[in-house]
Structure formats: structure tokens, C-alpha cells
Ligand binder design. Sequence first.
Ligand SMILES: Cc1cc2nc3c(=O)[nH]c(=O)nc-3n(C[C@H](O)[C@H](O)[C@H](O)COP(=O)(O)O)c2cc1C
Length: 352
Amino acid sequence: MPACFGALRLDSPVWMAPMVGYNEAVTRRLCRRFGAATSITEMLKPEQLLKNPRSLRTVLQTLPDEGIRGAQIACADVAEAEAAAAWVGEAGFDYIELNFGCPLPKERRRRRGAALLADPEQIEALVAAVVHMLPCPVAVKVRSGPGEGRETIAEVARAVQQGGAAALCVHGRAADQPYDSPSRLAPIARAREAAPGLLLLGNGDIEEPSDAQRMVAETGCDGVVIGRGMVGNPWLLARVRAVLGGAPDPGAPTPQQIFDQLLDHAGELVELLGPRKGLGYARRYGHFYFAGFPEITLYRARVARLGPTLADFAAGLRPLVDSLRRREVHVRLRAFEAAWRGPTLPAHDRRV
Ligand SMILES: Cc1cc2nc3c(=O)[nH]c(=O)nc-3n(C[C@H](O)[C@H](O)[C@H](O)COP(=O)(O)O)c2cc1C
């Protein structure tokens, strides 16, 4: 299973996705603990790095045990790419990732992000410039095309390979495709065909281990990148890593594990960022830890009224885990009863 990414050896086929607002050091380290191959920053802009690095203090803080560390950079031209690459080299990252997929109009107007998907030649020039400057491996992240029905993934994948990058991540949506339409596997397969020499990573809509298995089977990609699915659910990284390695799925966490993990996450955020900012982040993450459970309503109601300390946070959320646990016991009982007595429970037991 170990794959090579330039001179780096990876011990997992699962990568965490760069996501603005969700990739500070504590969460990067958490993802690594749960089996992510590398840790990556959110997209950094050259003007912020060079003129106002203080604005990126939270994003750029690092912690031991983050593993292989990458910085994701947006750039429009060779001068910008070289300046950002020089910064990445000095900052001691283990790899750089160039973003040619950001769909935000503000970035596209500056001819950055997904705007470059219409210009594979420029992509090749930017990749080559960075490859020549840095001894570390270069990755590239793209969408399937610049939009308006145009798909350029095959040309882009060839340009990325030709420029000398080591890895390519393909998010299976075009730049103008919203999140409520499904990410497609076909563009990832086309990238595989066009650039067989790259370490190819597929990305988009992985919510369950079976989604990752299907992506690998249908596209031939070497690994997967998970974004929204792992926010508040780092177990997904471990589960996907297991099944892609041919091991059994370790399964979803119990309510107690979810609650304990949220508290650990909150504690580490407070340690790194201080109580105010740390708990602000923890409250936001809590929505994701409890997403999909009926208790999310209770969480929303309570979270605004939690006190200012970590102890308040833990005490305020205790009723949620009690409720989750009661429901889990009941669900197990129902399954047990169904297995032994048939599908229905006596009426007096149908309470939850
Ligand atoms: C809130 C948010 C922030 C994101 N920020 C970035 C970013 O900084 N750089 C990037 O390349 N992609 C970014 N993305 C895109 C994700 O990396 C990923 O490609 C996309 O969410 C699809 O994967 P998923 O279905 O696993 O979430 C962001 C997505 C979201 C939802």
C-alpha cells in the first residue's frame, strides 16, 4: 500500500482536503492521528503571505505530529508562483500544492484558481516554475473544467505531468457546478488515462467508506481526498484507510466516542488558540460532530448559551450524549428483538 509522493513515502491512501476555516493545526494533527497521509493548510494567497502574514497566524501555526506538511497556494503568473514557492521553502513545509480549482469569482477575476483550467499551457508553466525552485514534491488540485460545459481535465492532467508535478487531485465538479449536484467520477478516470505517471487522487462526495472504494474501483485513482465528510467525523479517515488497505471497516463511533472526541478537540483548540477563540472553533465543529443525529436540534439550542470555559462546554453538552446513548441502547434492543422475535416490537416497547 505505501505510495511514493516524490521522495516522500506515504503510509495512507487517504488525504485530508484543504478547506478554508477548517484546517488549523489542531484539526490537521487530528486528521493525521486518524490516518490522513498528509496535513495541508487551506488555500493561501501570495499577497497575504508576502504582505500580511500576521493575518494568517492561526492558519500558519504548526504542531508536532502533524506528519508530512503541505501548504496550498493560489497563483496567477510565474512571478507570483515563484514568490509563494520561495516562502514555502523557507517556512519548511514538506510539499507545496498549487490550487487551480478555486471557483470563487474574486479569485477567477485575478486569473487564479479555476480560471486557469481554461489555460493548460499556463498551468504547465506555473508547475514547472515551482518544480524548478523547490526540492520538495509539488501537488496540484483542480476541478474538472472551467465551467459552461467545458471539460479540460485531460489537457490539464497532461500539463501537470509535463510540468513535473508529482501528484494531482481531481475534484469531480466543474468550476460552475454547485455542491448540490453530484461530483462525477468520469473526470477522475479521464485524468488517470491522460497522465498515468502522476499519483492521482480523487475527490468529491466521500461520505462513507464504500464511496471511496467505488471511486478507486471506477477511476483507477491511487488515493482519495476527503473534505466535508471528515469535518466532525475524523473516524471516516480511519475507516476509508482500512477498507482501501483491504482490512475490515472498523465501523462508526459510539455516542460516547463522539462526545469524548469533541471534548478532546475542544481542549486542544483552547490550548492552541486560547479559551475565546478555541471554544469559538469548538462550537462550530460541534455542529458537525452531532450532524445527522436528532440531538443536533438540542445542540443548536444549547450551544449559544454555553459558558466561557471548557468545563462549561463539557457540562452543557452532557444531556446530548445521554440522549444519544439512550437512543443507541434502544436501537440495539430493537435489532436484538427483531432478530429473535421477528420485525416488530410489542407496542409498549415502541417508545423512541
Ligand atoms: C468550506 C470549504 C472550504 C474550502 N476551501 C478550499 C481550499 O482552501 N482549497 C481547496 O483546494 N479547496 C477547498 N475547498 C474544496 C474542498 O477541498 C473539496 O475539494 C470539496 O469540498 C469536495 O470534496 P468533499 O465532497 O469531500 O467535501 C473547500 C470546500 C469547502 C466546503
